[in-house]
Write a protein of this length. Structure first.
Length: 121
């Protein structure tokens, strides 16, 4: 396992299928398990409410909608979040700026570091 973390069960929230597959591959390479990929806001929010997961990697923009409802569902369950966005941390609402943000495109070591930050290790 790389990145100094235990094996995590991860929800990926991403509307672009190629990016979702890339993130899934990166997480798998880091030793984690992707349990689901949510591509639409409603679907991703439902997954965030129901899945047994340790972490979520969440694209800020899903088909033109902000993914804050997903983040709120995760936060209500105390599930750490890593945001991924092409806009950087400045694009986040103030209440979410504590969460790690990956600037797309990102490298595997950046994802690993964001995971460590998110889970508090």
């Amino acid at each position: 396992m790389t990145g100094g973390t235990r094996r995590l069960r991860v929800l990926v929230v991403e509307d672009e299928s190629l990016v979702a597959m890339l993130v899934e591959d990166l997480l798998t390479d880091l030793g984690h398990e992707v349990v689901a990929i949510g591509a639409r806001l409603e679907e991703a929010t439902q997954l965030a409410r129901e899945l047994v997961i340790d972490l979520a990697v969440v694209d800020l923009n899903l088909n033109g909608e902000h993914s804050y409802p997903v983040a709120e569902a995760l936060a209500a369950r105390n599930i750490p979040i890593v945001f991924a966005t092409g806009y950087g941390g400045a694009g986040l609402k103030e209440e979410w700026r504590h969460a790690p943000v990956l600037q797309k495109p990102f490298q595997p070591h950046e994802l690993a570091a964001a995971i460590v930050l998110a889970i508090g290790r």
